[in-house]
Design a binder for this molecule. Sequence first.
Ligand SMILES: C[S@@+](CC[C@H](N)C(=O)[O-])C[C@H]1O[C@@H](n2cnc3c(N)ncnc32)[C@H](O)[C@@H]1O
Length: 207
Amino acid sequence: MNSKKSLLHGIGNQKETRLYYDSWADNYDETLKTWNYRAPQKSVKILKKYTSIKSGLILDLACGTGLFGEEVLKVFDSFKIDGSDISSISLKIAHKKNIYRKLFKNNFEDKMYLKINYDIVSLIGAMTYCKKHKKLFNNVSKYLNKGGVFIFTQRTDLWDKLDFNQKLIDISKNYNLIYKSKPIDYLPKNNDFTKNIKIRIVLIQKK
Ligand SMILES: C[S@@+](CC[C@H](N)C(=O)[O-])C[C@H]1O[C@@H](n2cnc3c(N)ncnc32)[C@H](O)[C@@H]1O
């Protein structure tokens, strides 16, 4: 799939995004490897270094084909992970990997009515698609146990454009900021992103 331009500038509405990831799902893992996508590995390192949570439940929002779930289980084999995404074909691939306890098809901006709470919620490589940040942060805090953490990535161009420093201040009533990385490589071998557009990884803790 020739997706680079749209990945950088936006894919479209939710339906277009779903169809885009559905048609990419079969070779998504392979493509991301060639672009040297390491956000899942780096996020797991941050969880290990900055939290004391060693087991429990994770909700992996926009889990895609399961790259983050795979990395979590390499390091913490006693976590149970649930995942959600809008792309059913990506979810099918994640399911085949046998990493996730449960998988849900849903839009991460819609509130999930859950019977349990989570120790960790993740949103790796997908904040790009969020339009309602305040709602997302509110919903995530409802999914978390007290003291639970939300780990997410955000592209540096969107960080500045959307003023994520201010957003972190706006949510400080509900969350403590534990860690905000410096800009780190995102898709360094993709010609549109190269080393120019990076990501930050952020870890916040529910008060
Ligand atoms: C770049 S991929 C990241 C997938 C995975 N977290 C990873 O690190 O490989 C972005 C994912 O976000 C999903 N996505 C985009 N918009 C979404 C939305 N509104 N709700 C749920 N998932 C969404 C896509 O289907 C896709 O699987």
